[in-house]
Design a protein around this ligand. Sequence first.
Ligand SMILES: Cc1ncc(COP(=O)(O)O)c(C=O)c1O
Length: 385
Amino acid sequence: MLGNCSLAELSRRRSHKWRTYPPEVLPAFVAEMDFTLAEPISDAIRAALAIGDTGYPHTGELGEAFASFAAGCLAWTPNKDWVFPVPDVMTGIAEVLVATTSPGSGVVISPPVYGPFFFRLGFLGRPVVEAPLRRLGDGSYEMDFDELDRALASPGVSAYLLCSPHNPLGQVWGGDQLLTIAELCQRHNVVLLVDEIHAPLVLPGTRFVPFGSLDHEMTERAWIFSSASKGWNLAGLKCGVAVAGSAPAAALLTERWEALLASHLGVLGSVAAFTRSLGWLDAVIAQIDHNRALLGRLLAEQLPDVGYAPGAASFLAWLDCTKLGLGEDPAAAFLARGRVALSPGTYFGAQGAGFARLNIGTSPELVTEAVHRMAAAVAAADSML
Ligand SMILES: Cc1ncc(COP(=O)(O)O)c(C=O)c1O
């Protein structure tokens, strides 16, 4: 159902994942998946192209579509009139920060976390204030609320940007944790932005709690960002959603429509994703669930010194390679000696030194090939000692 992910087929793609490295490198870095597109999405795009429907976007059914997906799959009922298209999640976040915080004010993030959080905030002139996650002895992570409290209290801090579920860990925050975050943000009177882009891909065994579903006043003051771009692999179509928590917040997004123009094909594709592509999403979730277990087995057999705590969401595996003796950037060694491209851990902050992120949004065969190449790189490094 999801396609065979053959390298011959995939290497015809011209996206970032497939064109950054030469053909002999297996790409397993940027967060694109390898599956065949859900048919209702390709049908919607083809139908638009057939009638020259390639103009500026109209919000159309996006609000209803996202609200019905949220209600049916996430147990959250956002107001459909407060759901707005944005070109992508990062642009939505940036625009809201520009509108709600003053230049030079700090924004707290919790590394290791999605790399663009660091540099996009820098471009905006909003200095990053780190509240790092706490790493436990078993390799898992937890929110360090003392650190968060301290960071939010720092002079000039005006916002917290939360990643939920968390990239690169695949961690899903529980309701109690989210409530504590809400309390802290309320107490420090900061703007809260919640990036829920990976929420459609929460894996079996874990319940995702949308921030907007909490019983807390901060839900009215928080900005939630989601998208079909990760769950249905539509990043190239350029459409995400920003969900406002109140009428004034919705008015702010309405006013900024020109800065937030999504792609029209992205809106059409996202509506098809949120409404008619839920069976496809279930199949992807089942595949990733299978792949995370497979990855655990392959690492235990071939790279037992790599630490891997399988994520509860999405297709990104955070690998502790500190025991491999490959230095700060093991991804560089995997690329040079194994011809497999992972994301360097330090892309997610200094806390990622010695780590790498592997993309398992592909077939079991290509997950197996990636681990095989990583193991070959380690063997080559060992033989040079
Ligand atoms: C947590 C997170 N936020 C945002 C993005 C980027 O999304 P967009 O292309 O919609 O800006 C990604 C992409 O992987 C991500 O992992």
